[in-house]
Write a protein that binds this ligand. Structure first.
Ligand SMILES: [Zn+2]
Length: 240
């Protein structure tokens, strides 16, 4: 039987017919996979939990040509506590939306999958960390994962090594910081502390301190990322 098991996270769903759902899954091996979850909205359906947003697990799917139907799932985590906190829930939903845009069918997405799993874990279980700091780290790592890592050491226009003094200027179109000569009256001003935190995140991922609710940085990173992917994601507009 053409049955396959894939580790996956539910990015999105659309209710379909009376009791079905079409799930959009993020998988490491196959990128984004659209799967029909038949009867999952029926009371007591064994697929009910597996057909909710954020759920991660081993999804067993049956393949007919280009179509996939969910037959079973061993749930690893539902990230349930996320649903109890509206603000963190919005952040988590934003992460899903960003991954939905970046993941393509049949294009391996190991890095993106692992980033989403780590992001959701921090957002759900690390209550001592600031939600917006987790989101900022996620946005930076996401940009890097999809090939738009911002240039933070050399001027994105003239390539000179940047000074470590005074404010820095992030140019969204140029894809990184600008030196004083290239910056002119640039408005995306960042402090050296913000820049060194960003460098740290790009080097060490979520291992950095995630305690500062830096909403100004969030606004800049959100615009940076959304201009790169040429999409605006609804949940992001509700933040910070
Ligand atoms: Zn320059």
């Amino acid at each position: 039987m053409p049955s396959e098991t894939m580790n996956a996270i539910v990015l999105r769903y659309a209710n379909y017919r009376e009791r079905d759902r079409m799930l959009s899954l993020l998988t490491p091996e196959h990128g984004r996979v659209e799967v029909l979850s038949r009867g999952c909205r029926r009371p007591k359906s064994p697929l009910m939990t597996a057909s909710e947003l954020f759920v991660q697990g081993e999804y067993v799917v049956f393949r007919t040509g280009e179509r996939f139907t969910l037959t079973a799932c061993t749930v690893a985590d539902t990230f349930y506590p996320l649903r109890l906190e509206p603000y963190r829930l919005t952040c988590g939903t934003y992460m899903l939306g960003l991954c939905q845009v970046a993941a393509q069918p049949e294009q391996p997405a190991e890095g993106l999958f692992s980033l989403l799993l780590r992001g959701l874990t921090h957002m759900t279980y690390c209550q001592d960390e600031a939600a917006i700091a987790i989101m900022n780290a996620f946005l930076l790592l996401y940009a890097s994962e999809i090939g738009y890592r911002p240039r933070l050491n050399h001027c994105a226009k003239c390539k000179t090594l940047l000074s470590q003094e005074g404010n820095a200027h992030l140019d969204i179109q140029a894809g990184g910081l600008l030196c004083n000569a290239c910056a002119g009256n640039h408005q995306n001003s960042l402090t050296q502390e913000q820049v060194s935190w960003m460098r740290d995140v790009l080097a060490r991922g979520f291992e950095v301190a995630l305690t500062q609710a830096d909403t100004a940085l969030f606004n800049i990173l959100r615009r940076y990322v959304e201009s790169r992917i040429e999409s605006t994601i609804k949940a992001g507009r509700l933040l910070p």
